[in-house]
Design a protein around this ligand. Structure first.
Ligand code: PNS
Length: 164
């Protein structure tokens, strides 16, 4: 059976935690669509094009992974892509409430689509995109949190922001 999964998120920026989930999903599902959310209520640092471009480069090693963006309801996007699974990573118990609510709401909206929660690998469980940006803002090292490509872009962005 071919199972198509969507892995949605803000990816602002992508971290080693995200890549861990993508790699493991690529082993479980026939096709994984990494979906960059466009209409999110958060303040984002990177443009959708930048987030997509980073993810495209980072997911090159996996032949069954593709990257795209979406706006509107996630389940409508998944339906259009013929995907029956939504993948989300769970780092710690603090993520649980949000993921629980989202999974239930998505099931209400689209009962034919299942949410599969993957535990983020232990070594990545404390990484978040927000923490990465905060550490970088104060000049800290983020090499263990994001790939070099992302690290360089984070510092370029922050330099640009400081000049403004
Ligand atoms: O990485 P994030 O910010 O935790 O991802 C959240 C995201 C983008 C997956 C979620 O906000 C989402 O699905 N947004 C699309 C709008 C939608 O479908 N909302 C209903 C979900 S209950």
């Amino acid at each position: 059976m071919r199972t198509v999964a969507v892995y949605p998120g803000s990816f602002d920026p992508p971290t080693y935690g995200h890549l861990d989930i993508i790699e493991r999903s690529s082993r479980v599902f026939s096709r994984v669509i990494v979906a960059v959310a466009l209409n999110i209520r958060k303040n984002v640092c990177f443009t959708p094009r930048e987030r997509e471009s980073m993810l495209r480069k980072l997911t090159r090693p996996w032949g069954n992974v593709e990257v795209t963006s979406f706006s509107g309801l996630l389940v409508e996007f998944a339906r259009k892509k013929d995907a029956h699974v939504l993948v989300r990573g769970l780092r710690a118990i603090s993520d649980f409430e949000y993921e629980y609510q989202m999974a239930h709401m998505n099931t209400k909206l689209a009962p034919e689509i299942d949410t599969v929660i993957m535990m983020t690998g232990e070594r990545y469980s404390a990484i978040s995109s927000n923490i990465v940006k905060e550490i970088a803002m104060f000049g800290g090292k983020i090499d263990d949190l994001v790939p070099p490509l992302v690290r360089d872009l984070v510092f370029i962005k922050l330099k640009g922001a400081k000049r403004k």
